[in-house]
Design a protein around this ligand. Structure first.
Ligand code: ZN
Length: 160
């Protein structure tokens, strides 16, 4: 297999295995990505890179190859008093926690009288995904794109 970096743009409709719609690309706005950089989930990239322009495919991606399984160690209980400074604390709210250099987004999954449960799992963790994809464009990556590590739009000219 060639290791030359390419840019592939694709349209997609994402559902779970029950058929519920999760996400979809905008009409006429295929999503471009640079191959080999982990820009899309591994279970999807490994299939897309084998398709040609214009090809369609239904790709099943198990949770482990998508956003991972739900991890119990990503869920933590924090005393409510520690979050008293936060307004609008409600189940389903997203919080950004400062962890060393990085920021971690967590979801408030439960609020009791004394504690708040924060879930750091990706919202799609534990979900098997079904992508209905259509490859809109395949081209070689430009040297700038390889240097930057991302696609510069559909045709490699996008500024950012
Ligand atoms: Zn760039």
């Amino acid at each position: 297999m060639s290791s030359t970096p390419r840019v592939i743009a694709f349209n997609y409709v994402l559902k779970n295995t029950k058929g519920d719609l999760i996400d979809a690309s905008e009409p006429n706005q295929p999503l471009p990505f640079l191959t080999g950089r982990g820009q899309i989930i591994p279970g999807l990239e490994s299939e897309i890179i084998n398709l040609s322009e214009g090809e369609k495919k239904l790709v099943n991606v198990p949770a482990a190859q998508a956003y991972g399984e739900v991890r119990a160690d990503m869920v933590m209980e924090v005393p409510k008093a520690e979050l008293e400074h936060l307004k609008d604390l409600a189940v389903g709210a997203h919080l950004q926690l400062q962890l060393g250099e990085g920021v971690k987004v967590v979801t408030v999954s439960k609020i009791s009288d004394t504690h708040v449960t924060l879930d750091g799992n990706h919202p799609l963790a534990g979900t098997d995904l079904v992508f209905d994809i259509e490859v809109a464009l395949v081209r070689d990556a430009t040297p700038d794109e390889v240097l930057h590590g991302h696609a510069h739009g559909l045709h490699g000219h996008a500024h950012h």
